[in-house]
Design a protein around this ligand. Sequence first.
Ligand code: SF4
Length: 404
Amino acid sequence: MVILGTWAGKPVVVNARSNSLTVSVGDPTDADVVSYDFEGRLWTAYFDGTSYRRGLDGKIVAKWRIPGRERDRRWLPRDEALAIEERARCLVENLYHAIERSEATLNMSLPPEGEVAFRRAIAFDRERSLQDAVRYHEVYKPVGILPPDQYMAVVLQLTEGCSFNTCTFCTFYKGRRFRIKPPAEFRAHAEAVRDFLGEGLSLRRSIFLGDANSLVVPMRLLVPLLDVVHEVYDVEALGGMYAFLDGFSGDKKSAEDYALLRERGMRRVYVGLESGSARLLDFLRKPGTPQDAVRAVRAMKQGGLAVGVIVLLGAGGRQFAAEHERETIRVLGEMGLDSRDILYFSELVVSEGMPYAADAAQAGLNPMTHAERLAQQEAIESALRNSHGGTPRISRYDIREFIY
Ligand code: SF4
């Protein structure tokens, strides 16, 4: 329900939904805008040209754009994040009191769910936020990464860590042992996540089975774990289940296995192809071959699942660029992707101490510029568009913006 009004001479818009509350105060071009889940957690904010997104762990990423430049971002230190939360909370509190005192006029009364949402957002103060972050860390081991369309999922850590952990460009799960949760432990985790999210569950749009390789779990162990998810959550209402499958040296699944997973509510599997070049995968120390990825994707699609395939732009620098591009186009063409699938382009992000940095230095690789990487993406995209196969949706995957 969208309610319009004015407060202290400024336009006000209140969008009270059954799963969230959004409040905007000021002229549309530079309004302060805040949104909350139904538990009262700040979700997004926009102040002074900068947008903020709060994760369930209390961390906030700020993003802004200077005309003519790429979008910039910064993770806020804890005190700054809490200050943004407090600024948003005060805005909501002051508006609510102004409505109560008839200092703000609205074109209709707040609906009951709007009243509840305002009160919960107001009650979610600094103390509550700090406690919530502590509770988050009791419920979750670090959530390394998610596909960008899964940031609003309910993450359930069916496994922990990565079963390979060898790729030189990836530090998400370094130092963590891979393990599969036994059903009783997984049930306790799934219930704890549900209790932690509380009413905020209504804002979640899917279930993501973490961590990096949850589908590597053999079917005889995986199916009972999926049954647990169904016992704790209404999987259909939440939009189905999603998961990564990176590398293919684990338990190989057939099209029949994927069909069974689909019956159990699985919708899309995300596959880190990175490159169609076997030589580059070898350099990246990524397990498996591009042909393994083709076989796996085809089996998934035959089983009725959609896929999300991730390509690593800039991997191997200029020396590998032509081969990376050519072989990736070839391999994507063999996968038979269609409009249900997503092709993600993720730029290589090299941080200090990453094994990739040492390997690249030793091999004398020249890194590609951002513009060269975009050209690489454009070349792959245009080859797909001009092929006779179906065209997947294309999306950017910026791991620096990952938030859960
Ligand atoms: S398989 Fe995936 S999660 Fe594991 S180390 Fe490689 S890129 Fe990272």
